[in-house]
Design a protein around this ligand. Structure first.
Ligand code: CMX
Length: 435
């Protein structure tokens, strides 16, 4: 076994009795109640999912394995001369809960590099798509096409103890995590960057190799690392994480589950919001003739969007009730590397005007910006102006958390997910409106 897998197994063995005890001795303990509002309103706030990979506090933001994002960025090992940590180190942290040493990260990188090669048919699947297909569709299909590689599926067919489910799931997840940047880069080059060969550099880490495949110079390698790390996980109930967990709960393998989570992320209320922010800002930019708008002009534009019944992309959140720390991390990067960028100025003006407008409108529970308000602007600055692609980057990052969760789901024997639904008649009877 690899160092990471050995460590993970130790952690799994230590964790299993905790879950067993909770179930045996406290199985009837009530942890949450469900109101009509919650049942109709997308199950907000109902505590009914368990994950140890990350936790989202409404006011503090996300913690990965107990660490805030600034702590994660500070503590994880970094490539020499880089500001941002190795993505492989984050994967180690998400899986084990421990900050890895330099040599532990080097082991993961070595293992991952050996898994990067894509089967030839994946290139053919991607090439078969017309050039106007959305990159998220191509990504989802490319991942789906690799289902035949699943070791979990193979071992399950041959007969496997439940206690061993996590092992081939780990192998599948490691294979997929390693291949995703290669798939993403190939899609990008096919659609927008035809002169690039997309060759890999096997001496480089996850973020470095991704930048290399896209033909981007420094500091884009750090942009890629930062981007994949901030998007990696956001506890268990968001659409992408929950979809991945739900699909995998039927013992579908990680290829089915990841393709599904990508499909969920592709919605404009979730991951596609980063694309929407850029599309929306560009609309205004065209009107402004490249001039940066005044605060008054921006207010007008925001109000026009709201009054036409649309949401302001990049603002609001189902759980967060303050500015997203993932927004702040990206803002700090911009302040250091691209303070004069005109689109960064747009984002700053939006930050000045949108919260007050949303507060005044009185509907959104959280008027503050989320991760998607900022991410496209950085990509645009470094030449990724094809905003359709931004959610692919989000997907590569999000897979790290979703796959870590699925491995742990299998290790702890979490069962098939199957909540109960009722009819509107029954609901009316329950509240006394009907007999
Ligand atoms: N602009 C306008 N109205 C908004 C809004 C925004 N940014 N955010 C919330 N609202 C509205 C909702 O549409 C809802 O209106 P109705 O009562 O008419 O249905 C009302 O305010 C209450 O919504 P909420 O409880 O505050 O928010 P939800 O939990 O229902 O939805 C989210 C959360 C993210 C879908 C919503 O804030 C939104 O649509 N934001 C814009 C899209 C976006 O940025 N999504 C990315 C989120 C991060 C991610 O997952 O990537």
């Amino acid at each position: 076994m690899s160092g990471l897998k050995d460590k993970l197994f130790e952690k799994i063995e230590a964790h299993r009795p905790r879950v067993k005890r909770l179930l045996k001795d406290y199985g009837d303990h009530v942890i949450s109640e469900v109101t009509v509002q919650q049942a109709i309103g997308g199950m907000r706030g109902i505590k009914s999912l368990i994950t140890d990979i990350s936790y989202l506090d409404p006011y503090e933001g996300i913690r990965y394995r107990g660490f805030t994002l600034p702590e994660v960025f500070k503590k994880l090992p970094k490539p020499q001369g880089s500001e941002m940590p190795y993505v492989e180190g984050l994967y180690y942290l998400l899986l084990t809960g421990d900050i890895p040493t330099e040599s532990e990260v080097a082991d993961v990188i070595y293992d991952s590099i050996n898994r990067r090669q894509l089967p030839k048919y994946v290139y053919e699947v991607i090439d078969a798509f017309p050039n106007h297909s959305h990159p998220m569709v191509i990504l989802s299909a490319a991942v789906m096409s690799m289902q035949r590689e699943s070791m979990f599926n193979l071992k399950y067919q041959r007969g496997m103890s439940k206690l061993d489910y996590w092992d081939p799931t780990y192998e599948d997840a490691m294979n997929l995590v390693s291949k995703l940047p290669v798939i993403g880069a190939y899609i990008y080059n096919k659609l927008y960057n035809k002169e690039k060969s997309g060759y890999q550099d096997p001496t480089l880490d996850f973020g470095g190799n991704f930048a290399y495949m896209l033909g981007k110079d420094k500091p884009y390698d750090d942009v890629a690392r930062m981007y994949f790390i901030v998007h990696a996980d956001h506890e268990g109930g968001n659409v992408s994480a929950h979809t991945g967990h739900l699909i995998a709960s039927s013992l579908s393998d990680v290829y089915y589950a990841t393709s599904g989570m990508i499909n969920g992320l592709a919605g404009p209320l979730h991951g596609l919001a980063n694309q929407e922010v850029l599309r929306w800002i560009q609309e205004l930019r065209t009107k402004m003739g490249d001039r940066v708008p005044t605060h008054e002009e921006m207010k007008e534009f925001v109000l026009k969007t709201l009054n036409s019944g649309q949401v302001i992309p990049g603002f609001g959140h189902a759980v967060l009730r303050k500015t997203d720390p993932r927004y702040q991390i990206q803002r700090e990067f911009c302040l250091k590397h691209m303070p004069e960028d005109p689109l960064f100025e747009y984002v700053n003006i939006l930050f000045d005007v949108v919260p007050d407008i949303l507060l005044e409108q009185g509907k959104a529970k959280n008027p503050w910006p989320n991760v998607d308000a900022h991410s496209g602007v950085i990509q645009w600055h470094y030449g990724l102006t094809q905003y359709d692609f931004y959610t692919v980057l989000f997907s590569i990052g999000r897979a790290l958390g979703v796959l870590s969760n699925i491995i742990w789901d299998r290790a702890l024997g979490y069962p098939l997910e199957r909540p109960k639904s009722i009819t509107t008649d029954m609901l009316e009877q329950l509240v006394g409106l009907k007999k």
